[in-house]
Design a protein around this ligand. Structure first.
Ligand code: MG
Length: 262
């Protein structure tokens, strides 16, 4: 479980220390969005069939803890950039802060963050959300390495990377369902009780669907804060969705606490 066995990071030099062993694996040349495209380009036909969210809302302020609980949601996996704040911002969008606080309060819903960001942003997010576990998975030559960061503390499983192991590893990115398997294990919940909240269909929503989670699609915050190429992909994604799903009725209302079969 999340809170056990956390140690101060062994791979980073404290709050401002640059990544050492993790650098080449988690912040590959070309940027986070380019890495995501590289990882998933061959799977686009599959992802196009998994773009439909369980629920669609304008923003997270439409999510009420009581309604989520009535729907059987006990855990949330969060996307950050475009969902909780503009890309690269250092605080939650002002109009969403109280809604997020409501969802985080009380401990009735468990939370984790899975972002496709690079290493520097990953470390920044751990300072922005010091009480929410951030999860990453790396595919090393011989095994998968799972990394949980909570504030400045980290835990790796099945154990700390060996010397040099991360240099030839790559960070898995949504929509890899492996990330959701890790999230479910850390949340201690079955897929049926967890929802992913995100703004992108081909990464966030497809990731949830491939892993058997429910999902909440929000409108992208600060679209202008994303690189031009990403904005083009976002528009292409929405166009594809409108064509492929134009005859599909919406699944239900998360605000009302009711949902039809997706
Ligand atoms: Mg996003």
């Amino acid at each position: 479980m999340i809170q056990k066995e956390l140690q101060p990071s062994a791979l980073h030099g404290g709050d401002t220390g640059a990544p050492t062993r993790g650098a080449s694996a988690s912040a590959p040349r070309g940027g986070d969005w380019l890495s995501t495209i590289g990882q998933e380009i061959a799977r686009v036909p599959l992802l196009l069939r998994h773009m439909r969210a369980t629920w669609e809302v304008p923003g997270i302020d439409a999510l009420q803890p009581a309604a989520l609980e009535r729907l059987g949601i006990r855990g949330i996996v969060w996307d950050v950039d475009g969902t909780l704040m503009r890309r690269g911002d250092t605080s939650v969008a002002g109009h969403l802060q109280s809604a997020l606080d409501r969802l985080l309060a009380g401990g009735r819903i468990r939370h984790a963050i899975v972002s496709n960001c690079g290493e520097a942003r990953f470390l920044a997010l751990s300072r922005i959300f010091p009480e929410v576990p951030l999860l990453r998975v790396y595919r090393a030559p011989a095994r998968l390495l799972r990394r949980l960061r909570l504030g400045d503390a980290e835990r790796w499983s099945p154990g700390l990377p060996a010397a040099g192991e991360l240099e030839s590893a790559r960070a898995l990115r949504k929509p890899s369902p492996e990330l959701m398997r890790f999230a479910l294990a850390e949340l201690g919940l079955p897929a049926a009780q967890v929802a992913l909240v995100g703004d992108q269909r081909l990464t966030d929503i497809a990731c949830a669907n491939l892993a058997g989670l429910r999902s909440v699609k929000v409108q992208t915050l600060g679209r202008e804060s994303f690189p031009f190429a990403v904005r083009c992909l976002q528009r292409a994604e929405e166009a594809a969705y409108r064509v492929l799903y134009r005859r599909t009725a919406h699944a239900g209302s998360v605000e009302a606490g009711s949902v039809e079969a997706a």
